[in-house]
Ligand binder design. Structure first.
Ligand SMILES: O=C(O)CCC(=O)C(=O)O
Length: 328
């Protein structure tokens, strides 16, 4: 089999182009997986002091309890009271929750931008095999790192991840962007592995971001609502992979995807890394999620040439450790 890079073949590129998603096996080392696990442990430990960390499981309970104010502690990245209003005003909104065995409250932990303060996350995001793989899949001349996001579902977590498309969450124009979902535990449908609508990146549609706990679109987005995949799964070609730590699943930024809850007694920890290619331009999209701590003054139409979006591939010389050059 012809190989384009150490970890991605011409066949992999073909599958990615056709399906909008490809699973690559044994891409990350045990040490790299360990670095991400330790970073995620630190993020979860800081949940109640964090301005960016959320438990969407608890949030969903608050959203679906009429008359209850939403309390997200120190976290202030999203206007959750507004989110509750949007869900309340959406006639199509309904809880997207699975039945779980009794015991425990579950946890659907979400956080972002660990790369800014965590050297281990930066090393995986910048100096693992991933930037080069992303470059080959996107056929890009160079690759910018966009950001990292953490998604953890503890055992007995009811909340699903509503199906969505990533593009309109990001302040970008162009679809030369990939999302790398990195499982930190063995994952399958039983504990909420990601699911993808095969070929949906070629539908020619941009969908509004949704509010995670429901398919309700962000009010500020002018894009159309994502189809109700959960409501009619049989109408869509949904695929998933059984993965081990070290494997990665890479999807195109326009591929529609979602996940179940985690009714099992196993954890489902994951980190998601987002990379853009040289053809992407900055665009301050209405309804995109505000990024944490960005300092650039990019205008619509600019290349992503700013310290907020490090160029991670190709490297100026082999063996250069980019992770040491960035961070707060
Ligand atoms: O892990 C999840 O539940 C959601 C992940 C996701 O939507 C993403 O990585 O883009």
């Amino acid at each position: 089999m012809a190989r384009n890079s150490p970890c991605v073949s011409a066949d992999d590129c073909g599958v990615f182009g056709t399906d909008g998603v490809v699973c690559l096996r044994s891409v990350l080392t045990a040490a790299e997986v360990g670095q991400l696990r330790r970073a995620v442990e630190r993020q979860i430990a800081g949940l109640h002091q964090s301005r960016t960390g959320y438990d969407f499981e608890s949030l969903a309970r608050q959203v679906w309890t009429p008359g209850r104010d939403v309390d997200t502690g120190a976290a202030d990245r999203f206007d959750m009271a507004r989110l509750k209003e949007m869900v309340g005003a959406d006639p199509l909104a309904r809880p997207l929750q699975e039945e779980v065995p009794a015991g425990g409250d579950g946890l659907f932990f979400y956080d972002v931008a660990a790369w800014k303060h965590d050297l281990g996350v930066r090393e995986v995001a910048f100096d693992s095999a991933l930037p080069e793989i992303a470059g080959h899949l996107m056929q890009a001349a160079y690759v910018n790192f966009w950001e990292d996001t953490t998604f953890v579902k503890a055992p007995r977590t009811r909340q699903k991840t509503a199906f969505h498309q990533d593009l309109a969450y990001f302040q970008i124009e162009g679809d030369q962007c990939v999302v790398v979902w990195i499982p930190l535990d063995p994952a399958d449908l039983g504990n909420g592995v990601m699911q993808y609508v095969r070929g949906s990146h070629r539908w020619g549609e941009t969908f509004a971001p949704n509010v995670f706990v429901s398919q309700t679109p962000f009010a500020a987005s002018p894009e159309k609502r994502c189809p109700d995949i959960e409501g009619a799964p049989g109408d869509f070609d949904i695929i998933s992979f059984i993965v081990e730590p070290g494997d990665v699943i890479i999807h195109h930024v326009k591929t529609v995807h979602g996940a179940g809850g985690n009714p099992s007694d196993r954890w489902r920890r994951a980190v998601s890394l987002r990379y853009c290619g040289d053809q992407v331009r900055y665009r301050d999209r209405p309804g995109a999620i505000p990024q944490v701590g960005v300092t650039h003054g990019l205008k619509d139409g600019d290349r992503l040439l700013a310290a907020d979006y490090p160029v991670v591939w190709p490297k100026p010389w082999p063996g250069l450790r980019l992770a040491d050059l960035y961070g707060l």
